[in-house]
Design a protein around this ligand. Sequence first.
Ligand code: WT7
Length: 647
Amino acid sequence: MAEAIYPVPADWAQNALIDEARYLEMHRRSVEEPDAFWAEEAQRIDWIKPFTKVKNTSFHEEDFGIRWFEDGTLNLSANCLDRHLAERGDTVAILWEPDSPTDASRAITYRELHADVCRLANLLKARGVKAGDRVTIYLPMVPEAAVAMLACARIGAIHSIVFAGFSPDALAGRIEDCDSRVVLTADEGLRGGKRVPLKKNVDEALTHCPAVDTVVVLARTGADVPMQEGRDLPWAQAVAAQSADCAPVEMNAEDPLFILYTSGSTGKPKGVLHTTGGYAVWAAMTHQYVFDYRPGQIYWCAADIGWVTGHSYVVYGPLANGATTVMFEGVPNFPDPSRFWQVVDKFGVEIFYGAPTALRALMREGDEWVHKTSRQSLRLLGSVGEPINPEAWEWYHKVVGEGRCPIVDTWWQTETGGAMITPLPGATALKPGSASKPMFGVQPALLDNDGQVLDGATDGCLVIGDSWPGQMRTVWGDHERFFQTYFTTFKGWYFTGDGCRRDEDGYYWITGRIDDVINVSGHRMGTAEIESALVAHAKVAEAAVVGMPHAIKGQGIYAYVTCNAEVEPDEALRRELVAWVRHEIGPIATPDVIQFAPGLPKTRSGKIMRRILRKIAENDLGSLGDTSTLADPSVVDNLIANRPVLA
Ligand code: WT7
């Protein structure tokens, strides 16, 4: 069957910022004349001292380094706030929708946001925070989370946001790794009507982090939480005492802006470091072009600020562009599955950007939940975080967008800072399930396992040939790991970790991770992390974790567990281990399947053969591949025979 293809609607081709001819010309120029192209694009940012040098980058070991606009100075908080005050100080910057529709929403203007940011920045300064210091943010989706980010950026402090669904242990690990002295949090979070004990989690985490001397606690639910004298400050009172003026600090383009921890195929989560100038240009530019953003439009990215999507497309990109950005505290199906579309109607949202996992969950609830709402304001839809299956794409297009709204399926990563392969709504005919074409400055290539470049329509390992301004600059505290992880698999290329197909029209189709990373509901999990959580349990001898297909989450977590000799595994232990992993990492790491296994398939040299475990988890037993190197082939027969029956 021929793939469906949706041509650019005529009005989009005519009125969009970028049509097809312009896309092709700009992409050509971005690659052939990067200095000229980026010098122009960088003018969307207000520089304090203009840069004289644009690009200074190399992916090669001899002269490895990534620097953009390196002698320019700027402040990103000022770019997101101060420069808008004269023209649109009274424009709403953040439209906040709480978890419960019966609670009041909030509209915060640029002027108000500026004052809030300055107050918190002054408080941080009063607590001794200086440029370059790390500040950990562990907050729910409330406007104060954006205030916290911008306050750090204002004084040059490096923020590290930890998703509010992570456990105390995960939080402690991240605080310790970057030596944060300050934590910004709330008494409790609220999601889908449930309370999340944030301050309690912080208190538990801080028993391992004696260096933290300041915890600012926002009263979100008003819960009575213990406050430690001298260390813990109530947010409202503490900022009220501060001035609403705080001069933005002049930062170098290559000064760090934030750290965001993400999972890799090995080891602990790594602190992805983004710097200021290149990231600002990239976030603002991609936000404008990908969403065809025009001043005055109401824009909603439904991601949490705990992930990079929230950084670039809830906060920095939209606010740098003077947009009205919607921030939603809740979940798609609370109190009912109309919630997203009711919020769209309530605020007149024109651009909606969400994740396939949420769409699949809503799709399953039936069309009537969507039909109940108007959605007339919508003009553009976006998807991010994982491949969107064509069925969900078609539903999004037809039922949510009523056939009228293009869908931008944006492929990118925490490491890339912003959208890398994506349609532009006025330029790109859409193929459901394909992220389509490269963004300006992005040179994708597909390689075979030996690093040979593959041409034409083919499958391969997705790499990027040259730097772009939003690229991560290092792994916090471990520059060697940065180089090793991304630039040694294929010398001279940035390796994404994704597999990909390119079709005869040059469209890119991401097929998923080809390393030991799995994507659960658009959240990236290292299988090694879940394994080390499992083996930390006293009854577990060994564990191997792989992804399995999951109708809603995209991938689910399948764990093979070998218990210590004296242990008799049973249902109670299975439940105990599920709870254990949730406690060690957080609910997003909840195993979907635990299979107790007397042994794991290993090579004679003792290496676990994950390929086989993946096949068993996928129930793809006909193609286990070469099993001749197995030390004990009966292990596999046992695993297959005892595969749990799945619903
Ligand atoms: C991984 C990155 C993009 C920011 C949020 C996730 C997968 C992401 C798509 C897409 C197919 C996608 C990739 C990528 N991914 N977007 N549109 N189509 N796959 O960031 O947690 O760093 O995860 O998510 O596998 O490598 P992340």
